[in-house]
Design a protein around this ligand. Structure first.
Ligand code: GLC
Length: 732
């Protein structure tokens, strides 16, 4: 036997060694990534490099019947494709074309908008922020990543972390609210979920922080418009979530449609190169937003597509999304020596680096599992239900009308949202399908079956003037013990290119509510919307209000559980509800007015309807006195603040403790208070828990100047928790 083995080795050995030797370095998985990139770059022609800097998409007819023609249409050498199919087989067919038909066999990066779930649709990100449960958000993103990878997607254009302070702008739905720190924390939670421990793990996908930067200040809330962002606001408010995401290892960023004080985000050398690459040392790449390179013409920064390509590429956008400007003009610009080849190589290096990190060169194909094994797994559905539950906010509960008392025998469910499944998914439903969404009606049927009669009437549509359903709605209410009115927004009223001049709901919804109020029954208003709503008379007409946002695939049961009392609501607003549209912008951490007692509006209060952080519970929590480890701290020391919270009610509840810092006198005027830490925890009835916040001066007391340089200044600071405000001093 040994002779045989020896003989075989002697005979085949040299061939194996020779074969091993001839595998190109870039294909050798035992070689470090940077060496593999060096080798591959040397082999690439200029055209092959150009193709890596472009992202294509299917045409309008991106459906399964056309997949064959799409596959034929996609060039084997392209850098990235927006992959819209859910079928991994097609992805593998397109990938096989890249790996086997192209000269070098460079895998294609398949991207898609997985914003709040892939097939298992979760609550919109604004709702997720109201859960204040970062672990749950990480889990949701991890499930979304697994479903995405199993469907052929390697890269999501998420998380969106545009700090939003103008709810007329429809994209407030997609981010994590009005607070910069909260957006930073949820950004990191999302990146962790999407990217897992390593990008090469089988169910990790690359994250993409967007829209870099300042997009949410689109003037007047009008999408795609100019954003007048002062350098100070840029650094205080908009940069921190991106900086946190880059520090957490986010693989990519996406620029935006906005110009920032005259410099478009897709051609802003300061943000894209000086900060992102040179200061933050980001080693990934930036993709433009959809056609935002070409948009530089409309924005008045480029006279034609060639100049747009030049300015965007030199500013620091490495990949061009779908407008083909780079592939059309960069070769010419290199030949004209307007773009140095080194810059091309750096861009291509960054793109290849992600493909190597994702393991696409060594494992370019995904498992081809049947659909039922790819989606709606038990853990996905459990996360969807819990996230929906914890993101719902009890805004009002007069005389504890909720939870419903056990003697209720007839519940009226009225309104356009009761049996709706489409709008429950929200504006970026990914590959979600409405037919599997659990409606409010279905949730109530499960919750109350056998105990209570449910009487349904639609009452009216989301908009329009047709009141023909009012009569039936009133009769339905009259024969019931309590009336639950489910109103809100259509999903197309928020999200991209969905700015509205008013954040109020259409008049017909107000009229329906007013008619139902006349019955004298208790009214519970359930709101489903993608932005804060100007409630107007809806608030006074309602005895209780539950904000469910757009809860995704599994919102019906959590809502029914909250109404029945099986569940105790724990959501708190991550964005302020203005009193009226005219009050916008209004957010909790504004700067102090020069004349706080007399400034503001003549015709309305300066208070919003509900502040950031508002949210009621079915139990009550009392806060002991805040204790500080010292009332002084030096810049190199830490200060421990703690507060004992007691659940003084008669049932278990989850409480979120928010720790705010104020710096009333500084070299640059500071916001009245700023969230610096939060912690959510469950307490049983009567249970006490000590919540702690360790103040690190460098992290929690410093602030940026208009070029992002940190300032840490001695003096008095205040810590605000719940309704307490305690003072401490920072000394040298
Ligand atoms: C859109 C959006 C962006 C999205 C991209 C790809 O225009 O602005 O957020 O990721 O195009 O769909």
């Amino acid at each position: 036997m040994n002779k045989l083995i020896t003989g075989l080795f002697v005979f085949f050995g040299p061939m194996i060694l020779f074969a091993q030797k001839t595998i190109p370095i870039y294909k050798d998985k035992n070689v470090p990534i940077e060496k593999r990139i060096d080798d591959l770059l040397k082999r690439m022609t200029l055209e092959e490099k150009m193709l890596q800097t472009n992202q294509w998409t299917y045409g309008k007819n991106a459906n399964e019947n056309n997949i064959e023609s799409i596959q034929k249409g996609v060039r084997a050498e392209i850098g990235s494709l927006i992959y819209r199919s859910i079928n991994p087989v097609y992805r593998n067919q397109i990938m096989r074309k890249a790996m086997e038909e192209s000269r070098l066999g460079i895998p294609i990066l398949m991207g898609f908008d997985v914003i709040h779930g892939y097939r298992t649709v979760y609550p919109i990100p604004l709702a997720q922020a109201c859960s204040w449960n970062t672990d749950l958000v990480t889990k949701a993103c991890a499930v979304a990543a697994k479903e995405s990878r199993l469907s052929g997607v390697d890269w999501t254009f998420s998380p969106m972390v545009d700090v939003a302070r103008d709810p007329r702008w429809g994209r407030v739905a997609e981010g994590y609210g009005e607070d910069s720190y909260a957006n930073a924390v949820f950004c990191v939670a999302s990146v962790k979920g999407y990217q897992g421990k390593k990008l090469s793990d089988p169910f990790s996908i690359a994250a993409c922080l967007k829209h870099y930067v300042g997009y949410s200040l689109s003037e007047g809330g009008r999408d795609y418009h100019s954003s007048d962002v002062s350098p100070q606001t840029l650094w205080e408010t908009f940069m921190p979530p991106f900086q946190a995401g880059v520090k957490a290892g986010a693989a990519t960023l996406m620029s935006g449609f906005n110009d920032m004080s005259g410099v478009p985000a897709s051609a802003n050398h300061y943000t894209l190169t000086e900060v992102l690459k040179e200061r933050w040392k980001h080693d990934g790449f930036v993709v433009s937003d959809w056609g935002s390179v070409e948009n530089l013409i409309a924005q008045g920064l480029a006279k034609d597509r060639k100049e747009a390509g030049l300015k965007s590429f030199l500013a620091g956008v490495e990949m061009d999304m779908v407008d083909n400007v780079y592939v059309d003009f960069l070769p010419q610009l290199v030949k004209e020596k307007k773009i140095p080849v080194e810059k091309i190589d750096d861009a291509v290096r960054r793109i290849l680096r992600l493909k190597f990190k994702l393991g696409l060169f060594d494992n370019p194909y995904v498992q081809e599992l049947p659909e039922k094994e790819r989606y709606y797994q038990p853990e996905s559905m459990a996360v969807a239900q819990q996230l929906a539950e914890e993101s719902m906010v009890l805004l009002k509960n007069n005389n504890q009308v909720l939870p419903l008392s056990n003697d209720i025998r007839q519940i009226a469910l009225i309104g356009p949202m009761v049996k709706d499944s489409v709008n429950m998914m929200g504006s970026w439903e990914g590959q979600g399908i409405a037919s599997v969404v659990e409606t409010i009606m279905e949730g109530f049927e499960k919750e109350f079956s056998g105990k209570t009669t449910l009487n349904y009437a639609k009452g009216c549509g989301f908009e329009g003037t047709d009141e023909s359903g009012f009569g039936e709605a009133v009769q339905t209410a009259q024969k019931s013990d309590v009336v639950i009115v489910c109103l809100g927004e259509m999903k197309k009223w928020s999200g991209e290119n969905a700015s509205r001049s008013t954040i109020g709901l259409p008049a017909i919804q107000h009229r329906l509510l007013a008619e139902l109020k006349k019955t004298g029954k208790k009214i519970i208003l359930v709101l489903s919307n993608g932005r804060p709503i100007e409630l107007g008379d809806m608030e006074s007409l309602s005895d209780a209000i539950v904000e469910i946002w757009q809860p995704g695939i599994a919102g019906g049961t959590p809502l029914a559980g909250i109404i029945s009392g099986r569940l105790n609501p724990s959501g708190k607003l991550a964005i302020t509800f203005p009193l009226v549209t005219g009050q916008i912008p209004i957010y909790y951490n504004m700067r102090q007015s020069a004349r706080p007692k007399i400034g503001g509006y003549q015709d309305i209060s300066n208070e919003p309807k509900y502040w950031f952080g508002h949210g009621l519970s079915y139990t009550s929590f009392s806060y002991g006195n805040v204790k500080l480890s010292s009332d002084k701290l030096s810049k190199k020391s830490k200060l421990i603040a703690q507060v004992e919270v007691t659940n003084t009610g008669n049932r278990t509840g989850k409480e979120t403790v928010f720790w705010y810092v104020s710096d009333p006198v500084a070299s640059i005027s500071r916001p009245m208070k700023e969230l610096k830490y939060f912690e959510k925890s469950e307490l049983k009835a009567g249970e006490k828990k000590v919540f702690k916040f360790e103040i690190d001066p460098e992290r929690d007391l410093s602030f940026p100047d208009s070029n992002g340089m940190k300032r840490l200044e001695n003096g008095d600071f205040y810590l605000t928790i719940n309704h307490q405000r305690v003072k401490f001093e920072l000394i040298n």
